[in-house]
Design a binder for this molecule. Structure first.
Ligand SMILES: *Cc1c(COP(=O)(O)O)cnc(C)c1O
Length: 373
């Protein structure tokens, strides 16, 4: 059996999800490092955990595990529709935003298509493009690491099927100003799908950021992606959603597997949407931690982005691998950005304020080459 002859022709472009130290569950990281305490600041997880209301609802849902869930998550669709001011047939649930990105790719991308992706952005856009055998076209970033919308427009050809934007962008934390985005959309041909991933929507409140859900009512080629993994803190439950024109949602529903979101996740998401206080608290904790981290970057004279999300991009001006290892010795796991051609940069997720105080101390030691005490 020649396995390489059996797999699809796109196979050489695919790779399993990388499992470096920073990708492991925190318990496994502790074991690997032989440490009792590890702060995992590499996954943009909400350090507060889910809303107590969500946990309660999810626990109650356990008694119904013998039953199939709602195949499309009807109750969650309605709740989101109400919140976002759209009709429920404009929304589709997915097994995390990651699955939403794959479903969009499976619905729209053909091998001959070109897909434009900003060079420094979320990795799953490239993976899904490769999965469908389409051609990725990378567009350069602005000098300040903002998304360069003009550079994207210049790359549109008659083969372009889709453009992926992440707003605010992971891993830079920059948002695209709403005015710029609107001008951009007015210039993108109507048959080019513009996917706007708003995984950090609930954290963003500056840089001129506005959700594109409103714009999507006028520009029918816009599809917005959201997740319950970030501020709602349900990453392990796997639930995300997309918002677009009903025709677009209907098309994706032709591809979506039934029951793709389990009933525990549906119950958690539904209850989370009712807990504004938890969202507010999460945002406050994030602001506090971000302030601490930015202050230490200032103090150290490092270049950083004053992020619109729950992480901070920082250029350490040192080999990030060395910085990573020295932080790991001190119990802090961060994300290195070497894969993006940024060998001195890190993405640091915001933990609890106490964590960030301890992190700041460790970070100063490492950057200033001081001994660990
Ligand atoms: C975390 C993240 C996702 C994935 O979210 P899941 O719902 O957990 O699959 C998607 N897009 C971006 C930009 C993210 O940072």
């Amino acid at each position: 059996m020649k396995l390489e002859k059996m797999v699809r022709s796109v196979y050489p472009n695919l790779s399993p999800y990388v499992c470096k130290l920073e990708d492991l569950p925190v318990e496994e990281i502790k074991q690997a490092l032989g440490l009792d305490k590890v702060s995992k600041l590499s996954f943009n997880e909400n350090p507060l955990g889910p809303s107590p209301k969500a946990i309660d609802a999810m626990q109650k849902s356990l008694t119904q595990l013998n039953l199939y869930p709602s195949s499309n998550g009807e109750a969650v669709l309605h709740k989101i529709a109400e919140k976002e001011g759209v009709t429920s047939d404009s929304i589709i649930l997915s097994n995390g935003a990651d699955e939403m990105i794959i479903l969009v790719a499976q619905t729209f991308l053909e091998p001959d298509d070109e897909v434009i992706i900003p060079k420094i952005s979320f990795v799953q856009y490239l993976a899904s493009t490769h999965l469908m055998g389409s051609t990725p076209v990378f567009s350069p970033m602005k000098k300040d690491l903002g998304v360069d919308l003009d550079a994207i427009l210049e790359r549109i050809t008659n083969k372009t099927k889709a453009i992926f934007l992440c707003n605010p962008n992971n891993p830079t934390g920059r948002a695209i100003p709403a005015e710029e985005l609107e001008v951009f959309l007015s210039k993108v041909p109507g048959q080019v799908l513009v996917v706007i991933d708003e995984a950090y929507h609930e954290y963003a409140d500056g840089d001129g950021y506005r959700s594109s859900v409103e714009l999507g009512k006028r520009y029918k080629n816009v599809f917005v992606v959201r997740t319950f993994s970030k501020i709602y803190s349900l990453a392990a439950a796997r639930i995300g959603y997309g918002i677009g024109q009903p025709e677009m949602v209907d098309a994706i529903n032709h591809v979506r597997p039934p029951f793709n979101v389990n009933s525990i996740a549906q119950a958690g998401a539904l209850a989370s949407l009712d807990d504004d206080e938890h969202v507010l608290h999460s945002r406050q904790i994030n602001e506090e931690g971000k302030r601490l981290l930015i202050d230490v970057c200032e103090e150290l004279g490092l270049t950083y982005v004053s992020s619109q999300a729950n992480f901070v991009y920082v250029d350490t001006a040192k080999d990030n691998k060395v910085v990573f290892e020295q932080l790991a010795e001190r119990g802090f796991i961060v994300r290195t950005l070497t894969g993006y051609g940024l060998p001195t940069s890190l993405r640091i997720s915001i933990g609890q304020p106490d964590d960030m105080k301890n992190f700041s101390k460790a970070f100063k030691e490492v950057i200033q080459n001081e001994e660990k005490d």
